[in-house]
Structure formats: C-alpha cells, structure tokens
Design a protein around this ligand. Structure first.
Ligand SMILES: NC(=O)c1ccc[n+]([C@@H]2O[C@H](COP(=O)([O-])OP(=O)(O)OC[C@H]3O[C@@H](n4cnc5c(N)ncnc54)[C@H](O)[C@@H]3O)[C@@H](O)[C@H]2O)c1
Length: 438
C-alpha cells in the first residue's frame, strides 16, 4: 500500500520504517526541515535500537522517503497517518494544536478518497474532531474516513515492539476503512481489534494509566518494605507469579517518566475533569510518582547529612535505558534538587547527554561512568543501562571521595555492595542503607 506518515518523531519514524519493511511504499513528512535533511542524508536523528538498519534498508530499496511537503505525501498515498506530538499544556490538558494543524493541512491537500489514521495519543472524541476539521478544510468534494489507531510501542524497543505487537487496535466507524487497516497490519500476525473510535482512543489512555498505576503501586510497596522489612524484589517476584498480575511493570524504582506516562496520566485526569468526573486513583498516582522521584535525594541527605559543597556523580539521565529521550526524565528533577542543596553534579549517560545538555544547567557531562564518579561524595544511579551492570566496582570505590552509592534502579546486589565497602542505598530491598530510615 502507499502510505504517508505526518510527523517523523519516535512514533512516526518507527511506524514509517516498519511499514516500509513490510513491503509498503512510505513517505514520511515532517515540518522540521533539519530532521528531514538528516534523514535524507542517512542520519537517524533519534537513538532507537535497530532503527537505523530498518531505515537504511528501506531507503535503499526505494520504499521509504522523507520530505517536508505534505502535499507530495498526500498525493502519493492511500493512507495518511497522523503521528505528531500531543504534549501537556500547563494545566495538564492535552495540547492538540499539532493534531489540528496536521488535520487542516491534510484537508487542504487531499483530492480523492484517503484513510486518515490518528496514531497520536489523543483524548476521546478527537476522531470526530479531526473528521470535522478535515471536512471544513477540503477544497473540493472528496470522500475520506478517519480512524483511530493508537500506538503502544515502547521507546528503547520500538522497532521490536512494532514488528512483534501484542495487538493492533483500530477504531473505525467505516467498514471500508477498517478492512483496509486490517489488511495493512495482517503481515504482523497479531490480533487486529476493530472497535469504535471512542473505545480505541480510551484503550490507549486506559492502558498507559493502568501501567503507570502498576509501577506506582510497586513503588509504594517498596516504600513500605523500607519501613517494615521485606524485600520488594521478592515481593514483586511472588506477586508476578500470579498470572492475573504478571511480573511486568513491577520493578520498584524512582518513578515513571518519559514522553508518555506523565502526560497521559495528566491528560486522562483532565479528560475526566472536563466530563465532571474526578479520577481519584490517577490523582494519587501522579502525586505519589512526583514524591517517588525525589526519594534518591532524601537518601542523599541521609548519607551526606549536608550535601552543600559535595560532588554527586550521576549514572544515567534518560528516563529509561535504550533511549536518548529526556522528556520528563526523573533525572531532571533529581539533579535540580541536588543542585538546590548546593551539590555539584557530574553526569554520564551512554545516549542522552546531547538532549540532557538542552534541559540541564551547570552539569559537567563526562565521557564515561568512571569520570563521572571520580572524586564524588555520592553516586546516584538513575537509569539501568546495561553498561552500568558491568562497572568495575572496586575501581569505582577507589575513585570516589566517599563510598556512598544510591541505586535508584536496584541494579546491584546489596550484600555485594556493602561487602565492597559501599554505603549502599537501593529501593525497598533487604540489607541496604535505606531500610527502616524512611
Ligand atoms: N514516544 C513514544 O514512546 C510514544 C508511544 C506511543 C504513543 N506515542 C504518541 O505518539 C505521538 C507522537 O509522539 P512522538 O514521541 O513520536 O513525538 P515526537 O515529538 O518525537 O515527534 C513528533 C514529530 O511531529 C512533527 N510535526 C508536528 N506537527 C507537524 C505537522 N503539522 N506536519 C509535519 N510534522 C509535524 C514534529 O516536528 C516532530 O518531529 C504522541 O501523541 C505520543 O503521545 C508516543
């Protein structure tokens, strides 16, 4: 099939490249000329495992191209995906201005039947709104359908997730459009759930809100374990063996961040508010998550007493491993809080430092983890990159001024760390410095 993807970010680029890999002809459109220029020169502007290979392979095969011209994409496609950003507004509501602008432009461009697919995460009712905008923007008489097709990929494994999707959800009120979408996704071999647009839109928010709640729940259990005893990793293992619960998204840590869970939980609360409903569980999830992000700073204060004038080495800045995305990464709030206490910050991340430089001030970015920890009074591990699991911990201890290690992701074994002479803090596990302190 001939496909146009409007918005060539994490979702649009991965979707476009993977659909091309399935044999479709794909035109990726972005209004960011710098991004399009890079892609045309073979440079993939985001860090995502395996993506560069898929992009290069399909560009070489003539199935994938990049442009800033939506009219060119619209003229040469049967299906037009909208995959633009939907960030939070200051009050937590969803900013739909990019979706509206894309819909209007599509309306101006199309001249024959097209299926417009909304892949951006958008509140219930947006399919109807997009249909209206396109109808009002049409320059002539032209038939079209708008379907909702939310995206469930995870950054860090986006290509794998797309090619091995658990399910595809298509919300359509047109049988014709639903059949084309089912055909498009058939090669993935996963269930394609056809439903109404409102349910499809709700499925995306409900899924993200549920996962954010699950993460927050295990973080609360970790906080209780720190006071009462018990090891949250063992608790999660035991809970996860129950097939009704499953062990996924059940790792205690420093709270969720990233470009989706924070904004989508806020967006869902706002959706409820506008409908006269207070979504109490999600209000608490947001509050507890904001508190959880600052737990490492409490532990830092416990370990150093007065962090003023201390040097803190940060391992990991991205909101999760496998990505360079810094959007709402917990590291941002943590670093600002450490600086607020008078701490000097050195940091290392294998992929996210170029993006981190844009959002953090007065941080010394280092070329490897050892440089970040040299002379440090405390280490804060904030992202569980594989690289950190292989650290030479004896070398680390020798380099640090004080052997305080705050592991926000439970990467290391508490017994081993204390055996090596570290004052080791983790999240809700036995034998670590933090238990029964908070
Ligand atoms: N990032 C994720 O992990 C993820 C996962 C699932 C769903 N989503 C959802 O997918 C959507 C996109 O997210 P993202 O992370 O890919 O965003 P992104 O910011 O990485 O990319 C959006 C792109 O759209 C472009 N754009 C905006 N308006 C445009 C227009 N009118 N014409 C052409 N290009 C335009 C921007 O220049 C940018 O490159 C959001 O709604 C998000 O919630 C994201």
């Amino acid at each position: 099939m001939n496909i146009c993807v409007v918005g060539t970010g994490y979702v649009g680029l991965v979707t476009g490249a993977c659909l091309a890999d399935l044999g479709n002809r794909v035109i990726c459109v972005d209004r960011d000329a710098v991004k399009v220029g890079k892609l045309r020169n073979g440079v993939v502007p985001i860090y995502e495992p395996g993506l560069e290979d898929v992009v290069n392979r399909n560009v070489a095969a003539g199935r994938l191209e990049f442009t800033t011209c939506l009219r060119y994409g619209a003229d040469n496609s049967d299906i037009i995906f909208i995959a633009v950003g939907t960030p939070s507004l200051p009050d937590g509501d969803v900013d739909l201005s990019w979706v509206k602008a894309a819909a209007e432009e599509i309306g101006h461009c199309i001249t024959g039947y097209r299926i417009i697919v909304n892949k951006s995460t958008v509140p219930v009712g947006t399919q109807k709104m997009v249909t209206e905008i396109i109808r009002e923007s049409l320059s002539g008489d032209c038939d079209f359908d708008v379907v909702s097709n939310p995206e469930f990929l995870r950054e860090g494994s986006a290509v794998y997730d797309t090619m091995h999707a658990d399910r595809v959800v298509v919300g359509a009120d047109s049988k014709r459009a639903a059949e084309v979408m089912a055909e498009l996704y058939k090669p993935l071999g996963c269930p394609v759930m056809i439903t109404d647009p409102e349910s499809a839109e709700m499925i995306k928010y409900a899924s993200n809100a549920f996962l954010a709640t699950k993460i927050t729940f295990i973080n609360e259990i970790a906080n209780l374990c720190e006071r009462l005893g018990g090891d949250v990793a063992e608790v999660a293992r035991g809970m996860g063996l129950d097939s009704r619960i499953s062990g996924k998204c059940l790792r205690a840590g420093i709270g969720f961040g990233g470009s989706c869970f924070p904004k989508d939980t806020r967006g869902m609360v706002m959706m409820g508010k506008k409908a006269g409903y207070s979504f109490e569980i999600l209000n608490s999830v947001i509050k507890v998550n904001d508190r959880q992000k600052l737990k490492p700073v409490e532990k830092l204060k416990d370990a150093l007493e007065d962090p003023d004038g201390s040097t803190v080495g940060i391992l990991g800045l991205a909101f999760k491993p496998g990505t360079d995305d810094m959007r709402e990464a917990p590291s941002i709030d943590i670093i600002k809080a450490v600086q607020g206490l008078g701490g000097r910050v050195k940091a290392y991340d294998p992929a996210a430092m170029p993006n981190a430089e844009k959002v953090l001030e007065d941080v010394r970015f280092c070329s490897n983890p050892y440089e970040a920890l040299e002379g440090a009074d405390a280490a804060l591990l904030l992202t569980e990159w594989e690289e950190f699991r292989r650290l030479d911990l004896n070398k680390v201890k020798g380099l640090m001024r004080r052997p305080v290690f705050i592991d926000g992701r439970n990467v290391f074994d508490a017994g081993r760390m204390t055996g090596l002479g570290f004052r080791y803090y983790c999240v809700g596990r036995r034998d670590c410095g933090c238990c029964r302190h908070y």
